[in-house]
Design a protein around this ligand. Sequence first.
Ligand code: HEM
Length: 454
Amino acid sequence: MPKDFTTTPVPPRAELHNTPMGFFQSLTEARKNLLNIVPHAATTMPIISGKTGVRWHMVMDPTALRTVLNEKLDIYPKSDVTKRILRPAIGESLFIVEGAEWRWQRRTASPVFQVRNIDNLAPIMSQAASDCVDRLAALDVPVADIYAETVRMTLEVISDVTFSDGDAIDRHMVGEAIAQYIDKVAKVSFLDMIGAPSWIPRMSRMMGPSSLGRLQGVANSAIRNRENSPKEGVPDLLDLLMQGKDTETGRKMTHGELRDNVLAFITAGHETTALSLAWAMYLCAFDQDVQDRARAEAQAALNGEIATADHIADLGYTRQIIQEALRLYPPAAFISRNALETHELCGREVRKGDIVMIPIYALHRNALLWDNPDHFDPDRFAPDAKYDRYAYIPFGNGPRICIGMEFALRESQIILATLLSRFKFELTDRPPPQPELLLTLRPKGGIHLKITKL
Ligand code: HEM
């Protein structure tokens, strides 16, 4: 029977503002939480334009988004500001480069993320899930900071699938360096997006040798070690990238390109996946009916085991929950592009030099596109469900869609199904987490859940 949404509560949502803001107010608000500069009208209109230092347009119309992200990719490159922030760390990676340079890198890196390769690395995901089961089962107090747990699991996974050199590399040190590095990246403000002046601190100045340098050092020595003596066993992401060749030209990545791409996988893939899992678990605690249904699926599929790649096909509802969590709380909730030419979107003139902002958080809750947009309903993603592929873009879309999408979804399925098959998760009496957008959409206040072993 379809759910009656008039009587069901909505999970936490950001209070979007209704009144226009001036330049300095926007700067102050954006520094606290980037969602503070997204107007409420972004959830009811297809496009909003304004000027805050520079001319900008917020686009929520799927047809216009198809134009920006797909059909006119070349006139809407990633915005200068995003690149300026990330260039010192991952400047030679496919995350940053454009045009022909991006095309050959993408061709070369795509096979790395084929399902076959992800499945070969899935035992690392299952191990992280299994370790988490042991930790939760051993808790003295039956309440855990779930976000801390998901960060820990996805960190274990990303460090083992990038630098699986066993003794050659100190796993603990890699973990620490990644955590420190991500922390620094997350502190970088997105103020630049709205035309903030150049005195705003930039990544290059904020990232001391202690985090970025250490991680680059780890990547450099891993690449050199493998050049000298190829690693045995299942190829990890770095091995696969080193084997990669441009199908058209035979070109292989240089040492710098390899290093920056591996660091890009870590930057783009670690915290985002941890967030999607943490919000998904929060939502399961929020709606016990959904949790019961997911648990029934997981227990039937796993039969007491830890989930593996072989179970993925039987965990369809689990994937729906993750997809719906990514709609309500998209970890990369705001992306932006520069217009290189004057052009029209939704009947509005976009001039050369304007910024096109895509507030994914508001797009995913836009009332023109979604019924009961603030409600949690995994059935929106049932196998026969219809929705515009440009109304739902937690991984972006078009040629530059996230290369790690399937990796993230499979990792989340394995971990979520394993945990739900073993434990019951409930809300505590703490205040609900508030969505807060800095570089990613984080749960302010944390996600603390009551845990009962089954
Ligand atoms: C739930 C987890 C994830 C989310 C929500 C996410 C989100 C995104 C988004 C929105 C983009 C497009 C950015 C834009 O167009 O401006 C993107 C690109 C990218 N992501 Fe992810 N991502 C996730 C996981 C991963 C993982 C696990 C990896 C790698 C291991 C990864 C690597 C990348 C890379 C390299 C790009 C750039 C692709 C290109 O420009 O060709 N991401 N991601």
